[in-house]
Ligand binder design. Structure first.
Ligand code: UDP
Ligand code: MG
Length: 312
């Protein structure tokens, strides 16, 4: 069975349409459509109930008490799905449902792969500012994080039950789905797709929402900002040392005459450096604590050989 997870925030104009498209495309396979109403303020929930009444066999819905953001919606879908495969897809039909058949076909015929991630071949029409910001985000997060992010890979992906269970078991509450999928590993096949125009409504990721999302990603998948004080502190300490040496030489060769101000500047550099390094040490401990609190698994086994349970 294939579980299709569709996060929806204010998508009233798309629900009926997306149900119709999925019914056409998936007619030959066993599937469920899980709509997650992520705190919509329009008629999204009513539309989900409407299609549920029409098609109780395939439609399921979860409605949140308020907006918890797309990553929470994805989690709710994965936690409640019963498929052997799950696919995450947006509600606006920017991602053509017929790709689902290609993804499923690929996974069924290539047992060595666990996941298919779709990458946009032609980027959606976005403003230059948004595009540049996205590029900058991937550059910064790749620089700061040990987890590698494939620029352009979206949440549009399909994966096997073993991946569903792993992602659901993943301890952290503050979920940056793209990062989690990169972090857990498994064999991923990247396929290209062409994004289409949004069918109805407007994007939910305006600049502010995207910025918040990006910062969450960086803080969830990198501890380096916590260690920044250390580097700056070391720089200050080093410059205080260079400053002292240069000052003594200049005083000895009589280029400068003694002034108490020189000592004060040196002390400022020295004390500033020591303080920042101390904060940096706290940062190191905090980073370790943060890692523990996130409660990520120590390892993820894909298969066990010679043990009673073959698959985790
Ligand atoms: N979405 C959601 N919760 C949010 C924001 C967005 O469930 O807080 C859903 C939205 O309904 C859509 C998907 O996430 O199905 C992607 O959003 P959108 O199409 O607005 O993003 P874009 O394609 O512009 O990046
Ligand atoms: Mg969209």
């Amino acid at each position: 069975m294939l579980s299709v997870i569709i996060p929806c925030k204010n998508e009233e104009g798309n629900i009926v349409n997306i149900h119709k498209r999925f019914t056409e495309v998936l007619k030959d396979i066993d599937y469920e459509l899980i709509f997650i109403d992520d705190g919509s303020t329009d008629k999204t929930l009513e539309k989900i109930e409407e299609i549920y009444k029409e098609d109780k066999e395939h439609v399921k819905g979860i409605s949140f008490s308020r907006n918890f953001m797309k990553d929470a919606a994805i989690y709710a879908g994965l936690e409640n799905c019963i498929g052997d495969y799950a696919c995450i897809i947006d509600a606006d039909l920017q991602q053509n449902p017929h790709y689902l058949l290609d993804m499923l076909d690929f996974l069924e015929n290539n047992p060595e792969y666990d996941e298919v991630a779709m990458v946009q071949s032609k980027r959606k029409r976005e403003s230059l500012l948004m595009r540049s910001c996205k590029r900058a985000f991937y550059f910064i997060i790749d620089l700061l994080s040990d987890t590698k992010f494939n620029n352009g890979a979206s949440d549009f992906r399909m994966f096997r039950r073993v991946v569903i269970d792993t992602v659901v078991d993943f301890g952290e509450k503050n979920r940056f789905t793209k990062g989690i999928f990169s972090w857990i590993g498994f064999n991923v096949k990247y396929m290209e797709y062409e994004a289409e125009e949004r069918q109805s409504g407007t994007t939910k990721f305006n600049f502010k929402a995207s910025f918040k999302y990006a910062m969450n990603g960086i803080y969830s998948f990198s501890n380096k900002p916590l260690k920044l004080a250390n580097y700056v502190g070391m720089g200050l300490l080093f410059s205080s040392f260079v400053y002292l040496v240069v000052m003594i030489i200049l005083l000895l060769v009589d280029v400068l005459s003694f002034n108490v101000l020189y000592i004060i500047i040196w002390l400022l550099l020295l004390i500033g450096g020591i303080q920042l390094i101390t904060i940096g040490i706290l940062g190191e401990y905090l980073a370790k604590t943060y890692n523990e609190v996130k409660d990520r698994p120590i390892y993820i086994a894909k298969k066990k050989i010679g043990f009673d349970d073959k698959l985790l």
